[in-house]
Design a protein around this ligand. Structure first.
Ligand SMILES: [Zn+2]
Length: 631
């Protein structure tokens, strides 16, 4: 669907979080490295109270559920600070310096004093129950394709622990990422097309990278969005890791919100008023005692209960679909999964899912549902069921206001999904363990010279130094692989253009096929080009090796080579294959001389493709042809 951002009053606030390229973490000397986890400990999730005494309802629910958190730690990437067994050390001066340099590049005003605050986090991603954060600069501006965009704040923060997995009642985190300094740049809300907003994010990312003070590579950057339409409540979409997903996420969210407004209008059209909202909750397990519905049957066998909620006059509202895939029924299903509920059905989709006409009729009787009323059926264990029932009623009430304020997560295909209710305000309070740090004007001025050349200038020098095309240089600059590119080109003889094209175009085309690039660390990529450099495999084999790695069918390049059955040919083996073909074609060679090169090259390559480098084959073949035609 196309929309005009001005007409729908689209407002998008963009926050970019990127790790800083510092030696140590924000409050200790540890740093992120890959290492085995030697320490493991467990904590119960506790709802932390702010000084205002507010407790987040989502945190309260997880506490009641008894969610426990397992933390895993290595010995070099974490210490007692990350485990919350020791108070934080002083704020890392290198991180402050990096943050100020980036803020200066954004023409932002540096604060006189850095005051660390605590921001409550409730999902266990921080061992302390809060994240430390400090404003470094205010205001500023960014040059973009759509003109100057204003900066609101530049903040220094600690990164959260890295989630490893989760299951029923537990969550598992690695501490290696916890405490890594992050810079957060928040822009003023924009009204522009989703594509333009994505371009703004790209400009901001390039400016940050141009300072040389941010970490590069996968997982070092993520974007948060605050999106609203028609002056409605803003929805927070947290943790978009890929820049080229921003446009899709904004489009989807704008349409979803417009859809929710249409649902609200539909309620008005039908003359249903918020003041008359009426509901009734009843247990209906009995109705389904002999059900064929697998979901409900399994639930009842586990001793769970089935409940029905009648919502007066809501018949047709749950299934009403103003835009494809946007329905109140779906919103509710996503929301209750937060409370561990998977079995949920509403009146507008039944009978279906092996729930029979007869069962529907019984439900209607028990709930006393008339032709205008709607109902929802859910099944769940004691934990979560009450919360889910309340949340459903609450969500139906919110339908009268259009878009509820909530926190959502991006999906891999650029949609968004409910993740939790939006936490209330007043979640910040001062960190008393760390003294405030005065920032002198002389110090700030002394850092100005460290801003470095603009990204445009840096791309020009890439083109010059490595003889890359402009397109390839820009792609490389925007990719997570610039650093490893420079190392590969320095330490091997593989052509820079080939390395750059592989790290950008080849990987991107494999990503489009749905493969995972997170396995491609610097070590693996370096190995990949080393085996080409040493002649072990040919360049032509690289895309296949990458595919096997990204499909996780092999852990390293060597395994991938084995799996593909690529056996690199020694020079002697290659020479003997070529000689064999030359001997069989002596007549053609005598007749056509070097003109026979093309067809013979094809014949040789058929035998050695993937096992020898084409350039080497051509060299040897030409030499042999010359010998034969002379003799
Ligand atoms: Zn540490």
């Amino acid at each position: 669907m196309n929309f005009n951002p001005k007409e729908i009053k689209l407002k998008v606030g963009l926050e970019i979080h990127q790790q800083l390229a510092t030696k140590g973490k924000l409050f200790c000397d540890c740093h992120k490295i890959e290492e085995p986890f030697k320490v493991e400990f467990m904590r119960r999730l506790r709802p932390t109270q702010s000084e205002m005494g507010e407790v987040d309802p989502a945190a309260m629910f997880e506490f009641k559920k008894g969610t426990y958190i397992v933390y895993k730690a290595g010995k070099k990437s974490s210490c007692l600070v990350e485990m919350d067994e020791e108070p934080p050390h002083d704020l890392n001066p290198e991180a402050i310096e990096h943050a100020i340099i980036i803020a200066l590049a954004l023409q932002s005003d540096i604060v006189d004093e850095i005051q660390v605050m605590r921001k409550i986090v409730i999902d266990g991603s921080n061992t302390t129950g809060f994240q430390r954060t400090a404003i470094v600069a205010l205001g500023g501006k960014l040059r973009t394709k759509i003109g100057e965009v204003k900066v609101q704040t530049v903040t220094l923060e600690e990164d959260a622990a890295r989630i490893l997995g989760q299951g029923e009642g537990y969550r598992e985190y690695a501490l290696d990422r916890l405490g890594i300094p992050l810079i957060e740049v928040a822009l003023e809300p924009l009204t522009a097309t989703p594509q333009e907003i994505q371009d703004v994010a790209l400009s901001l990312g390039r400016l940050m990278r141009s300072t040389g003070k941010v970490a590069r590579g996968l997982g070092t950057i993520r974007q948060d969005l605050n999106i609203s339409v028609m002056n409605g409540k803003p929805v927070e979409v947290k943790g978009v890791q890929k820049l080229d997903l921003l446009q899709k996420v904004i489009e989807y969210e704008a349409i979803r919100q417009l859809g929710l407004i249409k649902i609200k209008e539909e309620l008005e059209k039908r003359g249903i008023k918020k003041e008359d909202f009426n509901y009734e909750i009843k247990e209906i397990t009995e109705v389904f005692k002999d059900t064929k519905s697998k979901i409900l049957k399994r639930a009842i066998e586990k001793g769970w209960k089935v409940f029905g909620i009648k919502i007066s006059k809501f018949k047709g509202i749950f299934g009403f679909e103003p835009f494809k895939g946007i329905r109140l029924g779906r919103e509710i299903a996503e929301m209750v999964s937060f409370y561990g509920i998977r079995g949920i059905f509403h009146c507008d989709e039944l009978p279906a899912y092996e729930i029979t006409e007869d069962e529907v009729k019984k439900v209607r009787d028990v709930l006393n549902v008339n032709d205008e009323d709607g109902f929802v059926i859910i099944a769940g264990s004691e934990f979560g069921l009450n919360e889910a029932l309340n949340a459903i009623v609450e969500r139906c009430l919110q339908a009268f206001d259009g878009v509820p304020a909530e926190t959502r997560a991006p999906t891999h295909d650029g949609k968004t999904r409910y993740s939790r209710p939006r936490p209330g305000a007043a979640r910040m309070y001062p960190e008393t363990d760390i003294p405030t740090i005065p920032i002198s004007r002389e110090y700030v001025e002394s850092l100005r010279s460290k801003i470095g050349p603009s990204w445009e200038e840096q791309i020009s020098s890439l083109i010059k130094k490595y003889k890359l095309s402009e397109v390839l240089a820009v792609k490389l600059y925007d990719s997570p692989y610039l650093e490893v590119f420079e190392k590969i080109v320095k330490d091997t003889n593989v052509s820079p253009t080939f390395v750059a094209a592989t790290l950008t175009e080849t990987i991107v085309s494999l990503l489009r096929e749905g493969f995972d690039e997170s396995v491609l660390n610097d070590k693996i990529l370096f190995e990949l080009f080393s085996v080409v450099d040493s002649g072990k495999v040919s360049k032509e084999a690289i895309p296949n090796i990458l595919e096997v790695l990204m499909k996780k069918e092999a852990k390293n390049v060597e395994e991938a080579i084995k799996r593909l059955g690529i056996k690199g040919l020694s020079r002697e083996e290659l020479v003997s294959i070529i000689e064999d073909i030359v001997n069989k074609n002596v007549n053609i060679i005598r007749e056509r001389g070097l003109g026979s090169f093309g067809p013979l090259m094809g014949k040789v390559m058929q035998k050695v493709r993937g096992r020898s480098d084409g350039k080497l084959v051509a060299e040897i073949l030409k030499e042999k042809i010359k010998k034969v035609s002379k003799g």
